[in-house]
Design a protein around this ligand. Structure first.
Ligand SMILES: [Zn+2]
Length: 113
């Protein structure tokens, strides 16, 4: 049996102002887990750039938030070398950044200390 792979998508889910939204990344990884996939090769996040609530870092793209970084860190399907591709929409310009999951977590962890 060969290696099987596929793409899972998610969307941010906001229900009310005083309830924290569920992020698209968590939905997509949860769907992969439920389908029996055991490794996340890459995660792509697209959105309008905003300052990270936890680390205060600003990017030209939209990286996974602090809650997602902590939650995904606990998922065995996410590996330190899982590729993270982020894109930020700025009018007609689309910025992109790429790193691995470990680099993403370390970058924000240094600012959170
Ligand atoms: Zn998030």
């Amino acid at each position: 049996m060969g290696v099987r792979w596929t793409t899972f998508v998610g969307a941010n889910l906001k229900t009310a102002e005083n309830i924290r939204p569920v992020c698209a990344e968590q939905g997509a990884v949860s769907a992969a887990r439920m389908a029996g996939y055991t490794r996340i090769l890459g995660l792509a996040v697209v959105g309008i750039p905003q300052a990270d609530h936890d680390s205060g870092l600003t990017h030209r793209t939209l990286p996974p938030c602090g809650v997602c970084r902590r939650t995904l860190s606990a998922f065995p399907e996410m590996r330190s070398d899982t590729r993270i591709l982020t894109a930020g929409i700025d009018g007609d310009i689309i910025h992109t950044e790429e790193c691995n999951f470990n680099e993403l977590v370390q970058l924000h962890a240094e600012r959170e200390e």
